[in-house]
Design a protein around this ligand. Structure first.
Ligand SMILES: Cc1cc2nc3c(=O)[nH]c(=O)nc-3n(C[C@H](O)[C@H](O)[C@H](O)COP(=O)(O)OP(=O)(O)OC[C@H]3O[C@@H](n4cnc5c(N)ncnc54)[C@H](O)[C@@H]3O)c2cc1C
Length: 309
């Protein structure tokens, strides 16, 4: 099995999910080529155990994410029986575009790869697991934190390729702003706000806690639907993203079944809600019955102190 991995980056550095993609590819055997868009983290990738070859793809179009420009540049370099990306918002879109360019099928958000060749992914908001039989060549996006990371210790050769694609300045700027923050689908800690936040401006209080924890900020559908400033990419739940972080902090979120569908498999859940009867407390490991106005400043200071020691 020859596998090409599209590496994932975040804020100009290699994202740890890349080692998970290599770990998944290694479990299938065969040579592994890792393509690094924009060359980000290519030297780190070359030290991941199991990587056979690194292709560092550089060019102006990689300054900010633009699906068409990236896939046009990367598709000719992608070879092999299997193409892997992460199932982040960018990973999913990019691998779809590359798969379309190469005329091969794509399976998204896979949580396990089996011999033979079949893959599994969750469906119906995580209530069932679907097994999909695939034939190569095939493109697959893998859900973060579902596969063991490959260890360090590799020494793969790196080839650098220069490409140049024109991307409109407006799109560059908009996407740069959107990608400044961690994506909820990959974060290990998520703090989400609901309608109880009262206004989109109040989400700044969530970002303050997120900055202390290195967390991503998510939202309920009510928040996304009510306020234009809260983008759909932040929505967690049945019609949003399914997340499995180590810690999920729900603030001013009632805990409707459709929201729970997207976050109830988080390892630990902390709920902050002023209503002690809110259903979110039914799935929470820890609960604070309080307004967020009272609870968040205390939580932030306490966490900052804890983490500084
Ligand atoms: C087909 C379908 C799909 C859906 N998909 C999704 C989805 O993907 N994701 C999703 O989230 N929802 C989804 N929904 C909507 C879902 O049913 C709920 O309407 C939504 O989750 C409610 O969002 P919320 O908890 O933010 O708002 P509310 O239900 O209005 O809850 C607000 C909460 O904030 C608390 N609160 C108020 N003020 C404060 C304060 N100052 N401090 C602390 N707490 C406070 C209140 O006690 C309350 O519990 C879907 C619905 C349908 C029908």
């Amino acid at each position: 099995m020859r596998t090409t991995v599209i590496s994932e980056s975040s804020n100009g550095a290699l994202h740890p999910v890349t080692a998970q993609l290599v770990g998944a590819a290694s479990s299938l055997g065969g040579p592994i080529t890792v393509i690094c868009p924009g060359g980000v983290g290519s030297s780190d990738v070359s030290h991941i155990s199991g990587v056979t070859k690194v292709i560092s793809v550089e060019g102006a179009c990689f300054e900010t994410y633009d699906c068409l420009a990236w896939s046009t540049s990367l598709s000719p370099l992608v070879e092999g029986d299997l193409i892997l990306s992460s199932s982040s918002a960018i990973g999913r879109e990019l691998i779809s575009s590359i798969a379309a360019a190469k005329g091969i099928p794509v399976v998204q958000d896979v949580i396990s790869l089996k011999d033979g060749f079949s893959v599994t992914r969750t469906i119906y908001s995580g209530k069932a697991i679907e097994e999909v039989v695939i034939s190569s060549p095939c493109a697959i996006s893998l859900r973060a934190n579902s596969f063991e990371s490959a260890e360090e210790g590799g020494n793969a050769e790196t080839t650098t390729i220069d490409v140049n694609q024109e991307v409109s300045v407006a799109v560059k700027q908009a996407l740069a702003r959107a990608s400044e923050r961690l994506d909820v689908s990959e974060a290990e800690i998520i703090i989400s706000g609901g309608r109880g936040m009262g206004s989109p401006a109040n989400f700044s209080h969530l970002y303050e806690v997120a900055d202390v924890l290195g967390a991503a900020v998510g939202a309920s559908r009510a928040a996304v639907d009510t306020w234009d400033e809260i983008p759909h990419s932040m929505q967690v739940g049945q019609t949003g993203k399914t997340v499995t972080p180590n810690l999920y902090i729900a603030v001013g979120i009632s805990g409707a079944i459709q929201h729970l569908a997207g976050m109830r498999s988080s390892k630990f859940i902390l709920a902050i809600n002023k209503d002690p009867e809110a259903p979110i407390f039914g799935v929470a490991d820890y609960g604070i019955v309080s307004t967020w106005e009272d609870a968040l400043p205390v939580l932030k200071d306490h966490l900052a102190e804890l983490l500084s020691n």
